[in-house]
Design a protein around this ligand. Structure first.
Ligand SMILES: Cc1ncc(COP(=O)(O)O)c(C=O)c1O
Length: 358
């Protein structure tokens, strides 16, 4: 395991020459956002970063992609706990790495078991991708959970890509912790990914960012200089305002989400044969619907979560996402980032459709 070994593809390229000149000046003009981000991390998490340890990209998905390009190459194994956000394994694969999927269990809050993590580590392990709170399960890691994982990462010197894009969307006084804050040595192994899409409902503005070791950030910057340059300056300015003044709105939004979360989970749990975990974070319900497998409805026999989501679309006119692409076929994912009225109506329709299955 090599702590910071960049992918070989980096040695074949150089930073964009034009960006290095004129366009770079424009980029500098929009440099307000790293300064804001640095302030946020110091104030909210007591984590200190320099400007050359921060990179702003076109959404957190782009930040994650830049990381994968900078780090992964053939032979590298990347541990991903399942259920996972759909893009993680594909971003590893597209950059020649090998995703190593470790299943988590609903009974354990969909959290990565430290022993299972240790078992998955081989001399080829390059990184762990940890997402808290999680899309699709809403699982979230407490300080204690993170400490057990941190011990293993330190023992084997494994990088962690810590995607905390849902950090502000937590319930019941859950305290979100950043893994990098647990130990100074861990900060050197951590790439923090965050953005404005979820906390400030600014998905379309495409602002995500990474904080991490300067060497990796520099490599990501070089990659970005040859692809998208910088995110739109107008979006950067909007993100500065969101980061500085948006938390009051986030707070109101999370209060509303909490009411919807309770209703959707409660209603799903009342449907015969459906079991739904109460998520401590994010805005998704992730019910287990596997007891309906083997039954037949208007679209034919239901054999898996994809069949069931197709059936619910056709029969109930409700769009849910199958669990299979998230790495667990026994579940479906529903978003409650919609009105209470639509949630009630949607669950009514799901219930009617499920009860029709024979
Ligand atoms: C866990 C997770 N990470 C990253 C992203 C990407 O966010 P962005 O819109 O900033 O690209 C998403 C979006 O759904 C997500 O759920």
């Amino acid at each position: 395991m090599n702590k910071i070994k960049l992918a070989k593809r980096l040695s074949q390229i150089k930073p964009s020459a034009t960006l290095a000149m004129t366009a770079r000046a424009k980029l500098m003009a929009a440099k307000g956002i790293p300064v804001t981000i640095i302030k946020k991390f110091l104030e909210e998490k007591n984590l200190s970063y320099q400007k050359n340890e921060v990179l702003i990209s076109c959404g957190a998905k782009h930040s994650l992609y830049n990381i994968a390009q900078a780090l992964f190459e053939k032979g590298d194994e990347v541990i991903i706990p399942a259920p996972y956000w759909v893009s993680y394994p594909d971003q590893v694969l597209i950059n020649d790495g090998t995703p190593v999927i470790v299943q988590t269990r609903e009974e354990e809050g969909f959290l990565l078991d430290p022993q299972a993590l240790e078992k998955a580590i081989t001399p080829k392990t390059k990184a762990l991708i940890l997402n808290s709170p999680s899309n699709p399960t809403g699982a979230a890691y407490s300080k204690k959970n993170l400490e057990a994982i941190a011990d293993i990462l330190l023992k084997y010197q494994i990088l962690v890509i810590y995607d905390e894009i849902y950090e502000k969307i937590v319930y019941d006084q859950f305290k979100h912790v950043n893994i990098a804050s647990l130990a100074p040595e861990l900060k050197n192994l951590t790439l923090i990914v965050n953005g404005v899409s979820k906390a400030y409902s600014m998905t379309g503005w495409r602002i995500g960012y990474t904080l991490g070791p300067q060497e990796i950030i520099k490599a990501m910057e070089m990659i970005q200089s040859q692809s998208t340059s910088n995110p739109a300056s107008i979006s950067q300015k909007a993100a500065v305002t969101a980061l500085e003044k948006g938390d009051v709105f986030t707070h109101q939004m999370v209060g509303e989400f909490d009411k919807r979360r309770r209703v959707i989970v409660d209603r799903l749990n009342k449907i015969p044969g459906v079991g739904c975990f109460m998520p401590p974070g994010a805005f998704y319900a992730f019910p287990n619907i596997s007891s309906y497998f083997g039954k037949t409805g208007s679209t034919g026999k239901i054999q898996n979560s994809i069949d069931l989501s197709n059936y619910l679309l056709e029969e109930a006119h409700v769009a849910v996402v199958a669990g299979e692409p998230f790495g667990n076929d026994h579940f479906i994912r529903l978003s409650y980032a919609t009105s209470m009225e639509k949630i009630q109506q949607g669950v009514d329709q799901i219930e009617t459709a499920l009860l029709k299955l024979r």
